[in-house]
Design a binder for this molecule. Sequence first.
Ligand code: EPU
Length: 417
Amino acid sequence: MEKLMITGGRPLQGTVSISGAKNSAIALIPAAILAESEVILDNLPLLSDVAVYSEILEELGATVTWEGSQMKIDPSSIKSIPMPNGPVKKLRASYYMMGAMLGRFKEAIIGLPGGCNFEPRPIDQHIKGFEALGATVTNEHGAIHLHAKELRGTKIYLDVSSVGATINIMLAAARAKGATIIENAAKEPEIIDVATLLNSMGAIIKGAGTETIRIEGVSELHGCRHSIIPDRIQAGTYMIAAAATRGNVLIDNVIPKHMEALTAKMQEMGIGIEEYDESIRVLGAPSYGHVDVKALIYPGFATDLQSPMTSLLTQAQGVSVLSDFVYSNRFKHVPELVRMGAKIRVEGRSAIIEGGQLNAAKVKAADLRAGAALVIAGLTVSEGVTEVTGVEYIDRGYDHLVSNLRLLGADVWRQTE
Ligand code: EPU
């Protein structure tokens, strides 16, 4: 078993460069299935989820070459066969295989997706979209079977503006007959990234990034080259870590506009923020004020930064209230932070956090962002060694985490038992 060992108390100093966005990458890779020739993805993050995805595509017959931050996917030989169960179960985002395979072959057979299960994560809106496009969706012995004689464009109103459902419907509709309109679509930057790739492949998608997306179906899509947007959650995690350790860090290769909800809250706490074209400097201060934070859909405060933000708020004076309106129960980091001496209680969908010093402890990451929260908490503790297990979750979303933190002066290392 691998664990992260942290001796904290050192202010992070220096520059960190952010890789491509995980939540874009894991939608862009399956999107490549819709093309008839090679798709090249640049600025790809080196993550376990990306590796699992390339394994799935290869098992289906695609040729995948992955060198550094570039992946070449030749989907021309892909066959419509049941998806390999092992890799599908490792990945939450394997649900994008449904939309992509349905779009290309009008059929797909896939096991239920796995991934970070911090609370039940339904996919009813994805299914609603596929059915509206003309697909039959059945659950047979734990596998989802999707089949359509043909996919026909239609109007789909999402009951919740789900990132996954919006992208999945775009994938299926890109090669459908006629126009599909998604109302109450999610507006996250990753959705724009997927639409940009699909449009470069020859799709006709308008309105991505707004609540109404219009997809004019085309009969064929071709290969192209696309550079993935920077990972706003990774960037936010380093921004929070810099502030929590009262450091001075330049976070490079970011889109500052994507970070607005976080930068506004950090400034409200008294943290110095300098914005440049493609970078943000975070300047820690001796003391921080408490704030209330509401995690909402984009452009609101990201739910994926809610757990790291909890750790930062333990360093603020007074009582902060952090509520999550996307996932009401995403608080698996809280009992672990409490083991580190944090004064936090959860009431409904809110964590009530009283600022104070933390202490080193042995803690367990139960999901990806909970893991990031525990690492940040460990970085604030100068006495003793914080041990974080559940590293496999952290590796799903943070490219080069240990080497990046070490470059910023942190005393962090991996240990295998
Ligand atoms: N929802 C439904 N029905 C659906 C789909 C979603 O009720 O069919 C609900 C969910 O339960 C949740 C809300 O709608 O309450 C939003 O869920 P969404 O579908 O937007 O989330 P997702 O697509 O499953 C992606 C990211 C998550 C991120 C959320 C919200 C991927 C693979 N995952 O999930 O990322 O938290 O959007 O921004 O893109 C992470 O990176 O740690 C992570 C969990």
